[in-house]
Design a protein around this ligand. Structure first.
Ligand code: F0G
Length: 463
């Protein structure tokens, strides 16, 4: 018999959550314009909107909050953060920012000139938005398998080196300030990048004088997949693997709200003294002094402590295991999901789930709304709505049309995962009753946050 394993922590504080009726939820989702981003959290039972800023902190992190040194300059918590970044990530220079996109803003403005190209292993919404604001064009260089929900490639986040070479030949290396390397790849389903691929990307870019900037948002989770899947890595700690991964990069942007187990914060880190200097100049204008960059002292302390906790092998194995636990229940019931299950979320393949709804009618958005209606579980659309429009106004119609069931870290029990699985499986059985949506309000950028919809044909799934 396989012995079951439980959480490597116990619960010290609890937060009650709302159990609502179907009628209540029907009104709530209508008032939210069928956009789960616009729901009030008090109306949500299990909140799988995001793993960003939703982690439970440890008692040690909370204790650190009491040691906040709120000095305007030179806070001792900044030095704790700097030391954690040097030790765990291996970058000498760090500039705190209020969250990941603050760091994306800085690096995009510092390195990108109008007309430049930025290759990346699949786009991320805020990352690409900042690249475009700086006058750059994002070019997808992820392997083709990443766009195929059924491919079980163990490292679906890998960069396709041939696509990078093709870009270099087409536009010239001097038009490519850096390659943006995300580990894991959020929009591909939380899929990891292999160590071998990171090394090869590093070597190729170095030959052409192109930097590798890592989006390290979920890098510890990526390290776990390497330990589990890459030949020869099983005997190493995630901490060791992470250090090697990042040694193949020149710097990183980081959203501390994910792997670092805090509710707010991020940073830009670099090996280059001149990039650091420019970032330190710019951060003063947009975020705050280089020794706090939009964070309070206590938040920097919590993040510094979270950085050590995030590389704990037992924690990571439990964390990835919980996501997989949910994914496997869905697979067993025949629900189409992105395979293999990724690091931070289970992604429903909304195209296959709702094959009767065309992509122009936003099947993933409709499925997310239906799931909330069914059980009060809040999820996120990651498909045509998230992809937005090209500069010429046309929609991207991405190959992946998904609903993300994102698991906050250390927050929910496996029993919560059972409730989620039951709801998704039930909906799958009655999928014919779910109808597409029409967008009735569309903001000009990052539309998924605030767009509003109406069902095209009356009701969504009626529980
Ligand atoms: N990069 C990746 C891969 C992300 O997933 C995110 C945020 C960011 C950068 C930006 O960081 O939110 O701290 O400014 N992802 C969240 C999500 C919003 O729900 O996936 P941020």
């Amino acid at each position: 018999m396989t012995r079951r394993r439980a959480e490597p922590f116990k619960i010290k504080v609890v937060e009650p959550i709302a159990v609502t009726t179907g009628d209540y939820r029907s009104q709530a989702i209508r008032e939210a314009g069928y956009n789960t981003f616009l729901l009030n959290s008090r109306d949500v039972y299990i909140d799988l909107l995001t793993d960003s800023g939703t982690s439970a902190m440890s008692d040690d992190q909370w204790a650190g909050m009491m040691l906040g040194d709120e000095a305007y300059a030179g806070s001792r918590n900044f030095f704790a953060l700097e030391e954690a970044v040097r030790e765990i990530y291996g970058y000498p220079h760090v500039v705190p920012t209020h969250q990941g996109r603050g760091a994306e803003h800085l690096i995009s403005q510092i390195l990108i000139r109008p007309g430049d190209y930025i290759p990346g292993n699949m786009y991320f919404t805020t990352t690409r938005a900042h690249q475009e604001r700086a006058g750059g064009t994002f070019v997808d260089v992820v392997i083709d398998e990443a766009h195929d929900p059924r491919s079980r490639h163990p490292f679906k986040g890998d960069v396709d080196l041939a696509k990078v070479r093709e870009l270099i030949d087409r536009v010239g290396a001097d038009r490519i300030p850096y390659l943006s390397l995300a580990v894991t790849v959020n929009m591909a389903g939380g899929q990891p990048v292999s160590l071998a691929n990171m090394k090869a990307v590093h070597q190729l870019c170095r030959r052409h004088g192109i930097r590798v900037m890592c989006d390290a948002t979920r890098c510890a989770e990526n390290a776990f997949f390497i330990k589990e899947r890459e030949p020869g890595q099983a005997g190493r700690s995630c901490r060791e693997i992470l250090k090697e991964m990042l040694s193949y990069t020149d710097g990183c942007t980081m959203s501390g709200k994910k792997d670092c187990l805090v509710n707010i914060g991020g940073f830009l880190a670099t090996r280059e003294a001149d990039v650091f200097q420019k970032a330190a100049q710019m951060v003063v204008i947009f975020e705050g002094m280089p020794s706090y960059g939009g964070m309070s002292g206590r938040d920097m302390e919590a993040m510094a402590r979270g950085i050590y906790e995030m590389v704990d092998d037992d924690y990571l194995s439990w964390r990835i295991g919980q996501v997989r636990y949910l994914g496997e229940q869905l697979l067993q019931a025949g629900v189409p999901i992105i395979e293999p299950v990724g690091g931070h979320a289970v992604f429903l393949d909304a195209r296959a789930f709702l094959s009767h709804i065309e992509q122009a009618h936003y099947p993933a958005q409709a499925l997310a709304a239906a799931l909330y209606l069914d059980s009060g579980v809040r999820t996120m659309e990651r498909g045509n709505v998230s992809a937005g429009r090209r500069p010429d106004g046309s929609e991207y119609f991405p190959k992946l049309e998904m609903v993300r069931l994102t698991i906050p870290r250390r927050v929910y029990t496996d029993r919560h995962m059972d409730v989620v699985a039951d709801s998704v499986i039930d909906l799958y059985r009655q999928r014919d009753r779910i109808q597409g949506l029409r967008m009735v309000y569309e903001p000009p950028t990052l539309r998924f946050f605030t767009a509003r919809f109406e069902p095209r044909g009356g009701m969504l799934a009626n529980p």
